[in-house]
Design a protein around this ligand. Structure first.
Ligand code: 13P
Ligand code: SF4
Length: 308
């Protein structure tokens, strides 16, 4: 049986031969993060997908992220190593529901979180990531905005911008952040680590965000750690802890996951073997209907124009 080194050198050789690039989300398994050319948050990954001169993009993340890469790169081959890796949050909002809300309140802008179905995104006015949501919404002229499908991010944006943000649907949430990173786990981690600074993802519930030293996307959370010495508690999926410890190996920082059991099983469905198989068999090709992709690009480009 091949060891990890054997798999890694096969992946490296195939990558060179196919002029491929591997993009991985901050929650991916350590073995996948280590083989990636770029590891980042949703916004950083979308940007890298556009900038990379590669012919083939292997996208190690959940399916909406791989679809975004395909939408933004219609002429490239985008591969998703495991198409079973979806995002339960994205499934809270159907395109039909977005259309209904559009006709119920036609003059209210509809902003969707990137963690949504591609067919829902094309019905929206704007698409944002956790890194850009507050910035984009603060720049809109309207004081009332529809935002979905994450109710916690909607609440965070409302707090930051002072605008009236209507969550669509009212109950959409990420199960990892809602149930495994709630006030119970966070209070426990803080009690066990007196003096630690808490950094939270905006998908966490309000009571967690209320006591956080800083709030941001996964890459913004990594950036915040830079300025802190001592203990830092990360209230997000546990994969970010691996990334943070790798980026900041100094003993001056002790990086602690708020709950080591806060695992996104979908993000963890992609293994090193899946990445290798993906390159070997050129599977699974991410295909988005060209008309849907064209409309999605329009929404994304309009959104990027506002936040640039
Ligand atoms: P980021 O864009 O902050 O990396 O978040 C993606 C995500 O799925 C959070 O659960
Ligand atoms: Fe979706 Fe939550 Fe997993 Fe992020 S952590 S991909 S929002 S289920």
């Amino acid at each position: 049986m091949r060891g990890v080194e054997g798999l890694v050198s096969e992946v490296e050789a195939l990558k060179r031969r196919l002029r491929a690039v591997i993009l991985a989300h901050n929650y991916q398994l350590p073995e996948v993060q280590d083989i990636a050319d770029f590891v980042g948050d949703s916004l950083g990954l979308a940007r890298k997908a556009v900038e990379s001169g590669a012919d083939v993009i292997v996208f190690a993340g959940v399916s909406f992220m791989a679809e975004m890469a395909a939408v933004l790169n219609p002429d490239k081959v985008v591969l998703h190593p495991n198409p079973c890796a979806g995002c339960p949050l994205a499934n809270y909002l159907s395109p039909q529901r977005v259309r209904e809300v559009r006709s119920e309140i036609p003059n209210t802008p509809i902003v969707l979180y990137v963690n949504s179905l591609t067919r829902a995104k094309v019905e929206a006015d704007y698409v944002v990531t956790s890194a850009s949501a507050a910035k984009l919404i603060s720049r809109l002229g309207e004081e009332v905005v529809v935002f979905g499908p994450d109710r916690n991010l909607a609440d965070h944006v409302s707090t930051v911008t002072g605008k009236h943000v209507l969550p669509l649907p009212p109950h959409g949430h990420c199960p990892v952040h809602e149930y495994l990173l709630n006030e119970y786990y966070v209070a426990k981690a803080l009690a066990e680590n007196p003096g630690a600074k808490l950094i939270a993802h905006p998908e966490t519930p309000r009571k967690v965000r209320a006591i956080a030293h800083a709030i941001g996307s996964t890459s913004q959370m990594l950036e915040k750690i830079k300025g802190i010495n001592g203990k830092v508690i990360l209230a997000t999926e546990e994969g970010l802890t691996y990334r943070a410890r790798k980026l900041y190996p100094s003993r001056a920082k002790e990086i602690i996951p708020a709950n080591p059991l806060a695992v996104c099983v979908d993000m963890k469905k992609i293994t090193l073997m899946d990445v290798l198989r993906s390159l070997k068999l050129m599977k699974h090709r991410v295909r988005v209907d060209p008309e849907v992709a064209r409309r999605a690009r329009e929404v994304i480009e309009r959104s990027l124009e506002i936040i640039k």
